[in-house]
Write a protein that binds this ligand. Sequence first.
Ligand code: ADP
Length: 194
Amino acid sequence: MTRLLIVGPPGAGKGTQASRIAEAYGIPAISTGDIFRANIKNETELGKQVKAIVDAGDYVPDSLTNALVESRIAEGDAQGGFLLDGYPRTLEQLRFLDELLAAQGTGLDAVIQLVADQEEIVQRLRRRAVEEGRSDDTEEAIRHRQEVYRRETEPLLSAFAERGQLIEVDGIGAVDAVTDRVLGALAGRGLVAV
Ligand code: ADP
């Protein structure tokens, strides 16, 4: 039973690392960004509600995001644990998740913070804009997402650190090398992969 979070600024490589770490632990990677993008692509009601917000690089309202995560982690595949990618991103989301897990008598085992410098990130996101064609990877939206991250999400890091949950990992380098660093750090905390 492993419950993990991965946090880091836009472009730090969270999504890539999340799927590898989740696979190593045999748990689902739950990315709120992926869920929103899938809904936008399929033109669902939720997708229509959030498209303009996501394209602009703003955060979807907490009430919507919290409800989405609550129902996702109630699904069968998440009963043995999960890795949340891109959630919680605001203090209100953190409060909600804490209450949700506490009500189940559980909590988070660790929070992985992927650290990457600004220059590297901007280059990666430019590459991704070409490769994946994400509509929120324009120069303007990228810069805005980084600002929103600094304002809304960075304050969560000190909360995780105070609880002794935070593991800082250098996100620069080959994808495999970063995965090895993360798995090594988790194993160092007694969280052993399957
Ligand atoms: P990135 O880390 O590059 O910004 P994500 O895929 O994590 O990419 O998120 C893409 C977008 O989805 C965000 O800019 C935001 O609009 C929306 N989003 C994702 N997760 C959340 C969240 N927890 N709260 C609010 N909005 C979110």
